[in-house]
Ligand binder design. Structure first.
Ligand SMILES: [Zn+2]
Length: 317
């Protein structure tokens, strides 16, 4: 018997359980209530992988008197649509605002599912997306394949210029910071004291540094620590109900990272050796620690080498 390619594929598809096919392409959106009228969707504490569809960032849903507010939108059109449906089901109100905390695509590509007129970001973030957004989008298509189908780069239409927004009496503080990227938005729900840190804050998950300025990041962490808050929703990792751990742990990691890399350059290690250095036991609970250390070496090592090992073949000016 001659079996055509088409017949063989049809037979294979029929043999696959339908549930497995559906599961392969659907995001699981599970909002976890963390304060009165606030839910967090905990992203996978892992790198962006086909297995998680890029859904690694934490997303926040806030129920306000005038409608549903979202903080970040996930990695793709498909995620954004699922998020919108889940959030509106939860609150019974339409989404009226989507804040994008910073330019990274695991947080912002999902705005393809929303009217850009309700999407707000810091002006610098919008400029950075204009410059880098298409490259991020291409990278996600390569990494995630079908998960990204139909996702176009969409820019937020609203440029954040004030330090709060009032949704029928529920005030959300908007704090313009930087350090994880050139512009990082943190938000404070004044009613519950919930601080939403974006990727300025990581909890039990190693911070990522592809666009980081560590000195600026430290200054932002100092500012976040002084804000009147009770709890923290980090950009990655579990909810921090005491509001202290995520800030302290992020600070500890970036301080250790900079000291360790500076010592590694001073002792003549190359980048591969630096990426293999031991990670202290106090970071043992941090997900993706080795992965992020090795990424950080590749992002930050060249500048440290340039600073510490000046060229000797050209005279000083
Ligand atoms: Zn980020």
């Amino acid at each position: 018997m001659i079996v055509s390619r088409r017949t063989a594929i049809a037979a294979l598809m029929a043999a696959l359980p339908v549930a497995a096919l559906a599961q392969a392409s659907d995001y699981s959106i599970v909002p976890e209530r963390v304060a009165d009228g606030i839910w967090m969707i905990h992203g996978a504490d892992a790198p962006i992988l086909r297995e998680n569809g890029g859904a690694i960032a934490n997303i926040v849903i806030i129920d306000t008197p005038t409608g549903t507010v979202l903080v970040d939108s996930g990695p793709s059109l498909r995620y954004g649509r699922a998020l919108k449906a889940a959030a509106e089901r939860l609150t019974g109100k339409p989404v009226v605002r989507v804040y994008i905390t910073h330019l990274h695509p695991d947080h912002g590509m999902g705005i393809a599912a929303f009217d850009p007129a309700i999407v707000a970001a810091l002006p610098q973030t919008i400029g950075d997306l204009q410059r880098d957004g298409q490259g991020f989008s291409d990278a996600l298509y390569r990494l995630l394949g079908d998960w990204m189908r139909g996702t176009d780069l969409v820019l937020p239409a609203l440029r954040i210029g004030s330090d709060f927004e009032d949704f029928g009496g529920r005030r959300i503080g908007l704090i313009a910071l930087a350090g994880h990227s050139a512009a990082d938005l943190a938000l404070l729900d004044e009613q519950t004291g919930t601080l939403i840190g974006g990727d300025l804050l990581f909890n039990r998950r190693a911070p990522s540094t592809p666009t980081a300025d560590l000195d600026v990041w430290r200054a932002s962490l100092d500012r976040l620590r002084t804000l009147p808050h009770k709890a923290v929703i980090p950009g990655h990792g579990p909810f921090d109900p005491g509001g202290v751990t995520a800030i302290a742990q992020t600070r500890d990691w970036i301080d250790w990272l900079e000291t360790t890399m500076t010592q590694a350059v001073a002792s003549g290690l190359d980048m591969v050796e630096a990426g293999q250095l031991p990670i202290p036991a106090r970071f043992a609970e941090m997900a993706a620690a080795r992965y992020e250390l090795q990424r950080s070496v590749s992002h930050l090592y060249p500048a440290i080498e340039a600073r510490m090992l000046p060229r000797v073949d050209i005279p000083n000016p």
